[in-house]
Design a protein around this ligand. Sequence first.
Ligand SMILES: [Zn+2]
Length: 357
Amino acid sequence: MSDIRITNCHTHLFHSRHVPAAYPYPALKPFRKMPWLIKALSFGAHLIGQQSVSEKLARLYRFQKEADEASQRDILDNLRRHYPNNTRFVALPMEMSAFGFGAPEVPLSAQHDELAKLSGDPEVGRSVIPFATIDPRSDPQAQELWRAIDGLKFRGLKLYPRLGFAPDDPVLMQKVYPRLEEKNLPVMSHCSRGGVQGRYLSDHWADRYTEPEAFIPVMRAHPKLRICLAHFGGQRDWDAYINPDLEDPLDDAFGRNWQVAIRRMIGSGDYPGLWTDISYTLFQFEEYAPFLRMFLTGDDDESERLRSRVLFGSDYYMTRLEALSEKAVCIRLRNVLGEEIFRQIAEENPAKWLGEA
Ligand SMILES: [Zn+2]
């Protein structure tokens, strides 16, 4: 086996006490206190022959169990089992105090502190690359963000515009991006139509804040900033791309496909600071991997640019909801892309995006 040192650019270690008790919605609340209920339901569905329902519930149980781990360390230990020992993981926190569901039990500052402690751990610290996060509504002076970056030595910024803010929010434009660019630190931003969403935010606005074009003003103002749009546009847009015959005029994923937009924007060369990762999306491995391979193996300039801007990431532990394990997806990817391209997206590109190379 070759000596690729993998950097997984997209993982999560936050747990249920970082999420407000009222989220996702009141109907699911009993499950948070009784995850065994999901397991019981799963067993019941199995008994009456509903295999796929039973399987889905079993995954929901796995996900719930992961979120209920007592510490970020426990989740990291579960994750590390899937990868070679020298693998590094970009750990992305979540700030969920300002999107309409009340405050979580543990505030962001404590989440940052716990992550900092983990990255300083003598045993596993070297495998963790901590990122800091901000919701401009809860930190309008970006104080907590810079405390984490300057004080705790965090190595990048995680954004989640679907929570209810635009990437060119004045707080970010004035107090965050200029210094981030100066310090040569990268940005990771959620880019799919799924995921967490502000309670009072319509799907329409959630998509306007999240779509690839929403970052154009940021990239124009800060051409040297390295911005990764996560999930390569997301599964809904990949599905729409692959199944044009299912076209629905009311579904924006057909009319303005985010996967196509990301490839065009990177391929054009007009946005040299733009990157993407394949996290979560590629867990639909059988359906999507052949397309990814095709996008990454062309020998025109567009393909070459794209190849140099795609990052390996998984979105652990969100992927507990999917059938394939981390290990299975990682090895299958390596197999289908070949060692050379896998090395580029899992080792070379992450080092450049992180500002190490
Ligand atoms: Zn994620």
